[in-house]
Design a binder for this molecule. Sequence first.
Ligand code: B12
Length: 465
Amino acid sequence: VKLLLVNPSTLDRPYPVPPLGVCRAATAAESRAEVRVYDAAVDGGEGLTRAVEEFGPDVVGLGIRNVDDAVMGSGAFFPEALRESFVEPIREATRAPLLLGGSGYSIFPRALLDYLGADFGIPGPAEGVLPDLLETLALGGDPAAVPGVLVRGAAPHRKRRAPPTAIPPADLWRWIDYAPYRERGAYPVQTRRGCRKRCLYCTYPLIEGAPGGGLDPGRVADELERVAATLGEVTVEFVDSVFNDPPGRAEAICREIVRRGLRPRLRTMGINPAGVTPELIELMRRAGFGQIDATPDSASPAMLASLRKGFSRRRLEAAARALRQAAMPTMWFFLLGGPGETRETLHETFDFIDRFVSPDDLVSLSGGLRIYPGTPLARLAVADGLVRPGDDLLVPRFYVSPRLGEEGLQDEVDRFLAGRFNCLRASEPGPSPEMLRRAADERRATGSSEPMFRTLLRLRRLGLR
Ligand code: B12
């Protein structure tokens, strides 16, 4: 069987993201199929038809990572372009069945099958299910009989197949050209699948399934060595839901990196403030982290409880103090307007930013929570009358606390942002090409190795955009 996997994403904000999921699916499939990956980030999608015609696949798999950008008011809805620029050309070039998968797909398995008119889909991890599907197709069997495969128009299986616990390294370079990601992107490494947290709005438990044990630190370090040996100096990003969970895991990985004397450039967005200690920050710095993303969502005690974050304001303050004492550059992310948000709770978060966040650090404020099906937030949104029962939520809907309203939220955020140069809205357009160029020039001239966001913030303070 010949399987062509397609990464349709050319999104380059906040930076281009290599198609880790698609490459992992390719690795999972190669024992049962001849596999090729077409990555639209390389040529903007121009070579798609040629790639299909030349390879002559028996199955085409489309990896859907992003459905939208989860930003209220942006109007982004990617399935439309996906249908026009990928599904239609693929259908014209081949009669092979079209398979869907990916993290975005896994949130809307039924709705996206219908919207795109695809033949079948695999919600969740491809490992395990995809080889079974390929074997069945090779034997001329019925895909609807394969556990974990969803067929358009057919009833879903009761059982979902549990993925194998051992995760083989993706070795992206075997499948794609890394060039489009080298400058601004980061090489993704997943050390552990699943999440033990149950935040009110979050899809990760739906996408990744039950938490696994994860790779042992030696395997993680092996992967970093292999990446460096193959690609040279690239930034590596851990894409785990929460890198520092369970407690002690991140520390052990960092220690192994230090012990081997590796010198990687590392980042991760998955740091839970609850587990931030001076020891963890020191270990992360020694392992190669030049900055940390902190994602508390709120600093209001009531909102931390409402969003089910699992840590207290006091714990958050301790984490912020530790970050500042260690002078670790930090990007802070807040999600405002959740259930129960009022002017008072917003001010608790703003007060935290003023008192605990360094003015050299970046604060990103998101207003409105993207409502995803199957989450507790979706049930609340129905109860609050914000969403019709039965809405599949594929077209983005956002939750804003009825006690505040969208306008009230925008007003408060506007007022807070005025004069605070290090704070911005998540919906703000990214830095212009000129600003990026100017930042790069400045860094070259001064030999500065500070995080890029700090250089950009300084230019922003000078009035550049
Ligand atoms: C890490 C991460 C990031 C990092 C990426 C860093 C990096 N260097 O890669 C950063 C912070 C940069 C980021 C940015 C964004 N992200 Co993000 N991100 C994630 C996260 C947590 C993990 C993704 C990942 O790498 N997983 C590991 C891989 C191995 O798993 P996977 O991709 O799911 O692949 C498996 C399966 O899906 C399946 N599979 C994958 N492809 C295929 C294909 C076929 C044919 C088949 C059968 C199966 C299959 O098999 C794979 C192996 O098991 C997910 C949430 C999540 N838990 O999945 C959100 C997620 C993908 N992100 C999301 C969003 C919205 C964004 C942004 C648009 C946010 C923004 N406004 O900036 C940007 C877009 C960036 C871009 N250019 O594309 C959303 C997408 C949903 C949506 N609303 O569309 C998600 C799902 C989070 C959420 N809200 O639920 N993200």
